[in-house]
Design a protein around this ligand. Structure first.
Ligand code: KIV
Length: 277
């Protein structure tokens, strides 16, 4: 049975920490699911970590749907959340509804996530009213990177801190089942978490959120050149992959791979007949 939004909400009531991780493809989603992680985010961060874009802004609905389908095929138990890309929920509500529906109908996701607070609350309500669970996302919202002026902690001034609290409350009122707090000072995240009935999921937002989300490639150390401050590398796969690739190259060049163990044989007399023909 797949995890439901009610089970996620109950985890807050039971003070059980919620673990969430991104995944963008079938085989990673399968591993994440098998690790018992109940929430998988097909984040638009895939634009940067899978597609090599400089930000999340160029990511399209078609790219998101393509990756969401693969993740859903790999994850049998986790609740899969599809991340609505830049400008797919801002123009008119009917577009937002159509795009949210694509994640559920075509992608097979069970929920969508979108960035913003008070300004998107009405849209969140309309999507929820259609029966599609919504996760909010406030604080550092990467789709507004040009407006925010960089990947900086949000909520250090009284005005922004107050606005973030109002944003979180507006999302709860609109019917969101949870809200991501990204790069928010830990004491402010604690206050927002205490004030909300729905769970908060932090990334760079301290330990007092109801749950944590990380980008899978940061956690597995797939990039050695840059590690964000909020990330912890639980493995250093970039180094392991580079070593494996160098070994493969060396063995092919030296004629050491493949060995008979990796090859198949056939009836030698058939080969002789063929050679005589
Ligand atoms: O796209 C993403 O991976 C995200 C997480 C950082 C929350 O939005």
């Amino acid at each position: 049975m797949r995890v439901t939004i009610n089970e996620i909400k109950e985890m807050k009531a039971k003070k059980e920490k919620i673990v969430m991780l991104t995944a963008y493809d079938y085989s990673t989603a399968k591993l994440v699911d098998e690790a018992g992680i109940p929430l998988i985010l097909v984040g638009d961060s895939l634009g940067m970590v899978m597609l090599g874009y400089e930000s999340t802004i160029p990511v399209t609905m078609d790219e998101m749907i393509h990756h969401t389908k693969a993740v859903v095929r790999g994850a049998k138990r986790a609740l899969v959340v599809g991340d609505m890309p830049f400008m797919t929920y801002h123009t008119i509500v009917s577009d937002a509804l159509r795009n949210a529906a694509r994640f559920i109908q075509e992608g097979g996701a069970q929920a969508v996530k979108l960035e913003g607070g008070v300004t998107v609350a009405e849209t969140v309500k309309r999507i929820v009213d259609c029966g599609i669970p919504v996760m909010g996302h406030i604080g550092l919202t990467p789709q507004s990177i040009h407006q925010l002026g960089g990947y900086k902690v949000q909520g250090k001034t009284p005005e922004v801190a107050e606005r973030l609290l109002r944003d979180a409350q507006a999302l709860e009122q609109a019917g969101a089942f949870s809200v991501v707090l990204e790069l928010v000072p830990a004491p402010l995240s604690r206050l927002i978490t205490q004030k909300l009935r729905i769970p908060t999921i932090g990334i760079g937002a301290g330990a007092d959120c109801d749950g944590q989300v990380q980008v899978v490639s940061d956690l597995l150390g797939l990039f050695s050149d840059f590690v964000p401050k909020h990330a912890k590398q639980y493995a250093r796969l970039a180094g392991a992959i580079k070593t494996a690739l160098a070994d493969y190259v060396a063995e092919v060049k030296a004629g050491k791979f493949p060995t008979p163990e990796h090859s198949s044989t056939m009836d030698e007399s058939l080969l002789e007949q063929l050679a005589r023909a």
